[in-house]
Design a protein around this ligand. Structure first.
Ligand SMILES: *[C@@H]1O[C@H](CO)[C@@H](O)[C@H](O)[C@H]1NC(C)=O
Ligand SMILES: *[C@@H]1O[C@H](CO)[C@@H](O)[C@H](O)[C@H]1NC(C)=O
Ligand SMILES: *[C@@H]1O[C@H](CO)[C@@H](O)[C@H](O)[C@H]1NC(C)=O
Length: 472
């Protein structure tokens, strides 16, 4: 940890030193610190106070606070010269239509909803940095020269807290949201459609399918998001380009043994599902730490090749996050243990190979321990790759932003994989996507402890501004 702090310290000192040099050089306006840092940070704090809860941040799909947040975002969009509207699902849009622009619009955005007891940067940073960058184009009079229409979208639901269904907003725009979604109830029994009606939005199934954007009308989708992980902090840099978003499988594994008295059944005669589960969990950890030791380059059905081993070992993460036992008493050998497994990697074929190997290990371990094991796949999502063209533009933009702020040549902008899902994942069904990650303190997210340095907010805005500049 100590070395991380040292890196960051050196980095921020150098920003401060360079910024003052630039100030004295009269170049201050080139970096737009007022708009891209001061105003942007003030807005993050202001939006972070718009909450349905007292004392912590909670803004779920179409709640009173999320409507207030949407209205606040609209005023910022209008201030940047955008024309705004709210669509039939509660997404907030702001668009600039330059006079001689092409038909295809560049979409920028992120989500305005939050988890319960959230941080104020998750989602909000993407929306606010896009609006700030467009504000700079507005005040410098260059938004008229944009080659493409630019539209910022603040998506109404990414976290899925209220209806347990993620990406409602972006999936509707991408045209992959089933119309039956309107009938999903929340905990109080109100459906998505009821909640929309409460907010005077009368959306039918037909309206919902009309929310889909025509693929020919869009150029691409770009999202800025906090990293929600510790890598950027450890390398001491504010920005990274995202290579892709990991695919995911969720498994439920049930181990059944022989329930019995903790005092009377000898150790040699037990069929204990708890220790079998423990062994399975530890072997999953080894498998996911060093997949190359378990999976050969001609793995199941010859699917796995050397390339996938490499991308697999670089991106694979496996987690057992939930475990329950029956009957769960201190003096009883359990009869059954159930646990979840969350497997993520950028490599879809590699993910299948891991599940195949896991299932073989399970058979061996469960046979040896005379317990029965059942694996159920509960959820599968394939990985999504970011567009190479957008990525190279974003990489140059991030490089330029950091160079201009620090005066230093950082070499290569890091390229990271996203282990978390984002609106960009849903938008990939509509158009090519690109993403920038922003460093956050300690890699912490989904917590009030979530924090982004003011200068990193600035770097994000400056990078999006530089990216838009290449579209002038
Ligand atoms: C900038 O935004 C304002 C609204 O805040 C608008 O009246 C003006 O036309 C915009 N300027 C340009 C160059 O787009
Ligand atoms: C839904 O479609 C109907 C008929 O086209 C229209 O009158 C209504 O305004 C639409 N509702 C929304 C929320 O867009
Ligand atoms: C748009 O195109 C017209 C005709 O070519 C030209 O006169 C005008 O200056 C252009 N406007 C901008 C903002 O580029």
């Amino acid at each position: 940890m100590a070395s991380h702090y040292t890196i960051i310290l050196i980095f921020s000192v150098s920003i401060a030193a360079t910024a003052s040099t630039l100030l004295s050089d009269g170049l201050k306006n080139d970096l737009f610190p007022e708009i891209l840092r001061d105003v942007a940070v003030a807005r993050l704090y202001e939006l972070g106070k718009v909450s349905d809860a007292d004392g912590y941040l909670e803004r779920t799909f179409l709640s009173p606070a999320s409507i207030r947040a949407g209205n606040l975002i609209r005023t910022w969009m209008e201030d940047a010269g955008l024309t705004t509207w709210m669509d039939g699902l509660g997404n907030v849009h702001g668009r600039i239509q330059p006079p001689n622009a092409s038909k295809k619009a560049l979409l920028l955005g992120s989500h305005l909803d939050t988890v319960v007891d959230a941080g104020m940067f998750d989602g909000a940073l993407g929306i606010i940095s896009a609006i700030s960058a467009l504000k700079v184009l507005n005040v410098t009079g260059r938004s008229r020269n944009l080659k493409h229409p630019v539209e910022v979208i603040a998506f109404c639901d990414e976290e899925g807290v209220r209806f347990q269904s993620t990406f409602l907003g972006s999936a509707a725009i991408a045209g992959v949201l089933p119309v039956s979604t309107l009938q999903i109830p929340d905990k109080s029994g109100l459906t998505v459609q009821n909640v929309l009606r409460e907010n005077l939005i009368d959306t039918t199934e037909e309206n919902l399918s009309q929310l889909k954007y025509d693929a020919d009308s869009v150029l691409g989708y770009v999202e800025v998001h906090i990293e929600q992980g510790p890598v950027l902090e450890s390398v001491g840099l504010p920005l990274a380009v995202v290579k892709g978003i990991a695919g995911q499988t969720r498994i439920k594994l049930t181990v059944r043994g022989s329930q019995g008295h903790a005092g009377t059944v000898p150790m040699s005669m037990r069929q204990d599902p708890m220790v079998a589960a423990a062994e399975l969990i530890v072997s999953l950890e080894s498998l996911c730490k060093r997949p190359q030791d378990y999976i050969s380059s001609n793995g199941p059905d010859g699917q796995c090749n050397a390339f996938s081993i490499k991308s697999l070992s670089g991106s694979l993460v496996c987690t057992v996050g939930e475990i329950s036992t029956w009957p769960s008493a201190s003096n009883v050998i359990p009869g059954q243990v159930t646990f979840t497994i969350d497997i993520r990697t950028i490599d879809d074929i590699g993910r299948e190979a891991i599940i195949y190997e896991l299932s073989n290990q399970m058979d061996t371990i469960c046979d040896r321990r005379s317990v029965s094991c059942i694996m159920e796949r509960k959820h599968d999502a394939n990985a999504v790759s970011c567009d190479a063209g957008l990525n190279s533009q974003l990489k140059s933009a991030a490089y330029a932003a950091i160079k201009r702020m620090t005066g230093e040549d950082i070499g290569d902008v890091p390229v990271l994989m996203s282990g978390a899902g984002h609106d960009a994942m849903a938008m990939s069904h509509l158009t090519k996507i690109g993403m920038l990650f922003v460093r956050c303190r300690g890699g912490i997210s989904h917590s009030p402890e979530e924090h982004v340095l003011e200068d990193d907010v600035w770097a994000a805005g400056l990078a999006i501004h530089a990216f838009l500049d290449t579209n002038l």
